[in-house]
Design a protein around this ligand. Structure first.
Ligand SMILES: [Zn+2]
Length: 95
């Protein structure tokens, strides 16, 4: 799962005009992390291919590092190397 804001930052850093859409939904998503409902929109479709490359590269980098995930019990964000939540102690291994 990618953080839309981080993707947006990557695109803006590459000189593309982009914005996040769907931010207004973040108050209504309940259990879902808001970023799952966010989309990053490219202002010009001519930039789509370039943007796609940037996002793909970014995605690959994130997967190598392993993205933080929320604890299934208390939703504290945990780095992937933790087998146990440092906040509530719940084991993260069965997910
Ligand atoms: Zn926890």
């Amino acid at each position: 799962m990618l953080d839309a804001q981080m993707v947006l930052d990557e695109l803006l850093a590459a000189g593309l005009k982009a914005r996040i859409s769907g931010a207004h939904l973040s108050g209504a998503v309940g259990e879902l992390p808001p970023s799952e409902l966010l989309s990053v929109w490219i202002e010009s479709e001519h930039h789509y291919d370039r943007a796609r490359q940037i996002v793909d590269a970014f995605e690959a980098t994130q997967q190598m590092k392993g993205a933080d995930k929320p604890c299934h019990r208390c939703r504290e964000m945990l780095a992937p190397q933790f087998g146990q939540c440092w906040n509530c102690g719940a084991s993260q291994e069965e997910r």
